[in-house]
Design a protein around this ligand. Structure first.
Ligand SMILES: [Zn+2]
Length: 332
């Protein structure tokens, strides 16, 4: 069964080459058919320590840059066009770590293929021993000229640092509404971008991503352009399945004040997103369309969860937590 599923997009019954369909070969791997990685997770950990010795071992998810050498993706210190993240070595903070790779892959595909949100190209790839890792293509390089785009995350845009706002600065310093104001200020096509941003925030709520903090949203401008755009989405994950602490509903506050419904329920409901939509000037008709889409697309989400490489326990958790958030969004 697994051999018939594309490791990039999870599509079934496509003609696959080395586990990828032609679209994923074209878009994710720029037309190259990659070999399985020629190293395993133990060698990955050694390589990572060699290539970036200053990165701390615990806490953050380990990752490494990769570049193509013919058909092999090789760890590299500079000019990597891919980022590889294996399952995390359990360090006590993270539970169910064996599902983390499939979780990120699934979450990114829900964003890209169902919600049609611009999202980084990504897939799964096998280590030499067959274990799966998550791979994503960097989007901050121009593929023709190889020049790097000018990119800044929202912490940088707003001048928020540990010095100005303390060590929890990524979570505590502002609201999503403040981020939306920055989009209005800097993005030329801001009407389209506001709707895009709204979809991203509500998707993060649905998939229970408690880590969509201000460094996980960025603006970039392409080479020779002064126009800024939201970058494709990245680092999407149902964090509730992995973090064994009481986690907030969202990484940062939606609004600057709590609505009366929030005060009553203690979590975000329809009203909060409606208020958010109003503040960012999202037309009512667009808001209604998105809310309707969420209801109408659930079976597609469930189908993708079933096709994913999550364990059956994780699949169940993902569905239940997603449905729970949908229920909250029906509270008017
Ligand atoms: Zn594919």
């Amino acid at each position: 069964m697994e051999d018939k599923i594309c490791l990039g997009c999870l599509a079934e019954n496509k003609k696959l080459r080395n586990n990828y369909c032609s679209k994923c070969i074209k878009e994710l791997f720029n037309g190259k058919v990659p070999n399985p990685l020629n190293f395993d997770r133990v060698e990955f950990t050694k390589k990572r320590a060699e290539l970036s010795p200053r990165m701390s071992i615990s806490g953050v998810q380990d990752k490494i840059s990769l570049a193509f050498e013919k058909k092999d993706l090789i760890p590299t210190a500079a000019n990597g066009r891919y980022i590889l993240k294996p399952i995390t070595n359990g360090d006590g903070h993270i539970q169910n770590e064996k599902d983390i790779v499939a979780n990120e892959h699934l979450s990114m595909l829900i964003s890209k293929n169902i919600f049609k949100i611009p999202t980084a190209w990504c897939g799964l790839i096998r280590f030499s021993d067959g274990e799966l890792a998550y791979i994503t293509k960097r989007f901050d390089y121009d593929e023709e000229t190889n020049l790097k785009y000018d990119q800044e995350d929202f912490a940088g845009i707003m001048g928020i640092t540990p010095v100005t706002h303390g060590e929890n600065y990524k979570y505590d310093a502002c609201s999503y509404l403040d981020c939306a104001k920055m989009i209005k200020k800097y993005v030329a096509s801001s009407v389209v971008s506001q709707e895009d941003f709204f979809k991203r925030i509500i998707l993060n709520y649905l998939i229970c991503n408690g880590d969509a903090h201000i460094k996980n949203f960025s603006l970039y401008s392409k080479v020779d352009s002064r126009e800024y755009f939201l970058t494709p989405s990245y680092d999407l994950l149902n964090t509730r399945f992995h973090i064994n602490e009481k986690y907030g509903d969202m990484a940062i506050d939606l609004l600057d004040d709590y609505t009366s419904t929030y005060e009553a329920y203690g979590y975000y409901t329809y009203d909060d997103f409606k208020t958010f939509a109003k503040y960012i000037d999202l037309p009512k008709i667009r808001f209604n369309k998105i809310m309707k889409f969420i209801e109408g697309s659930y079976l597609e989400v469930e189908d993708l969860i079933d096709k994913s490489f999550l364990s059956s326990e994780a699949k169940e958790f993902y569905k239940e937590s997603y449905k729970d958030r949908m229920k909250r969004l029906r509270i008017k």
